[in-house]
Design a protein around this ligand. Structure first.
Ligand SMILES: [Zn+2]
Length: 417
């Protein structure tokens, strides 16, 4: 059996853009190495999450064969796992952002800080904040963090609202929970609310944590130094994606009979890959895109020597779309093609039966600056297939294999090629 490389490019799919001659950034980009893989390929155009626009956690789960409606317990589980926090069943795990508010109004949901500053705030919050439960708070990169509240006294519950505007959880009858993006209607920050009676203790704990952490942040040296330097000041924590149970993803190595590694740099993708049973090759995220791609390409190619299947996640395309920078988006796709696919075209033995899958976790519109509910284009390259003239949203919509209807079908199809 050949090797399998599965590349997820975050928010790759888009809508046609007038200034790009009615093409999407993917269609517009110069991508000669993608064309090399298209010489033997089949296309797919599956749905990801019914009629809803997925967030990355649902999209990545679906791409890796896990139906979010069957498995998702809340994004916080994966975020905390990926940060190294070791969440346990019954603990309450959440994703956190350092942000800022003015009075009770939202100012910024993301205040970027250096890793030194973040580390200092992590230490201060862990040592100075006292609430009616044990907790662990851990920072990631930029403005990100994770929080695990340990279930030592009373039962914790995930039936809570988010205090980060723009997100809302949906609860399913089977006890599963998925976070969705919603329009931001008001700048007013609400407290975390219990959505069921049983969640009152959890909501109270979190509001207490947020208020005490804000006080600690405002009294910190980081805050004072940033104020002196007239830099943006963090004074609030936004929490979302609360999860109280292990999603218990079936082991991907057993399901598909391959030995998997994940070449990933962000806590969310790291956490999902860990939960799926993959070996983690942590790349971090380098701020210079080309250096980041060379780093990921090196790690992907060395992983291929040891593992049968490798999942690679590329993040930058989604960020460009959220900022409305469609020209950045297609130039990121061009760099990806040149650096990562260029090297991969030399490393994969396509004549020997290796397989490349390339897709995204959801579509992100660069003009609307948000995730949209649209099917996703996929190509699966293997010597068994004939040629395709190009790759993009339109061609995948018109000419796709019928047996991949849902993103969860991609891997089953690709591993049987
Ligand atoms: Zn995403």
């Amino acid at each position: 059996m050949g090797k399998l490389v599965y590349i997820i490019i975050d928010g790759l799919a888009d809508l046609p853009i007038k200034n790009l001659g009615g093409k999407t950034p993917l269609e517009y980009a110069y991508k000669p190495n993608m064309y090399y893989f298209l010489r033997h390929s089949t296309l797919a155009y599956p749905n990801v999450l019914g009629k809803s626009a997925p967030q990355s956690d649902s999209g990545v789960m679906a791409d890796l064969g896990y139906d979010p409606i069957k498995y998702s317990t809340g994004r916080g589980w994966f975020e905390c796992l990926g940060l190294g926090l070791d969440p346990k069943d019954s603990d309450l795990s959440l994703r956190a952002n350092f942000g800022s508010i003015e009075g009770s109004n939202l100012k910024n949901v993301r205040v970027y800080m250096s890793s030194g500053e973040l580390q200092e705030l992590e230490d201060e919050i862990n040592s100075k904040v006292k609430i009616d439960a044990d907790f662990e708070f851990k920072v990631g990169e930029g403005y990100r963090a994770g929080l695990v509240i340990r279930a030592t006294k009373y039962k914790l519950s995930a039936f809570i609202s988010e205090n980060e505007p723009g997100y809302s959880p949906k609860f399913y009858p089977n006890g599963r929970k998925i976070g969705f993006a919603v329009p931001v209607k008001s700048k007013k920050i609400s407290k975390i609310r219990a959505l069921k009676k049983e969640a009152k203790y959890s909501a109270d704990l979190l509001n207490d944590f947020i208020s005490k952490s804000s006080d600690v942040i405002k009294k910190s040296r980081v805050y004072r130094d940033r104020k002196n330097r007239r830099e943006e000041l963090p004074n609030f924590l936004f929490l979302r994606g609360g999860a109280v149970s292990d999603p218990k993803l079936p082991d991907i190595n057993k399901t598909y009979g391959k030995n998997w590694a994940a070449v990933v740099g962000m806590p969310l993708e790291k956490g999902i890959s860990m939960a799926a049973g993959m070996s983690i090759i942590d790349t971090g995220e380098l701020s210079d895109i080309k250096s980041d791609f060379y780093n990921k390409s090196d790690k992907l190619n060395s992983a291929l020597k040891k593992f049968d299947a490798v999942y690679l996640h590329i993040k930058q395309t989604d960020a460009a779309s959220h900022l409305g920078k469609y020209t950045d988006k297609y130039s990121i796709i061009e760099s990806f093609d040149k650096i990562i696919l260029g090297e991969l075209s030399k490393k994969l033995d396509m004549k020997g039966g290796d397989t490349l899958v390339l897709t995204c976790d959801h579509a992100t519109s660069s003009e609307l600056k948000r995730h949209i509910n649209s099917n996703i284009p996929v190509f699966i390259s293997n010597i068994k297939f004939g040629p395709n003239p190009s790759f993009g949203e339109s061609i995948a919509r018109m000419n796709h294999v019928k047996s991949i209807r849902h993103a969860t079908d991609i891997l089953r199809f690709a591993s049987r090629v």
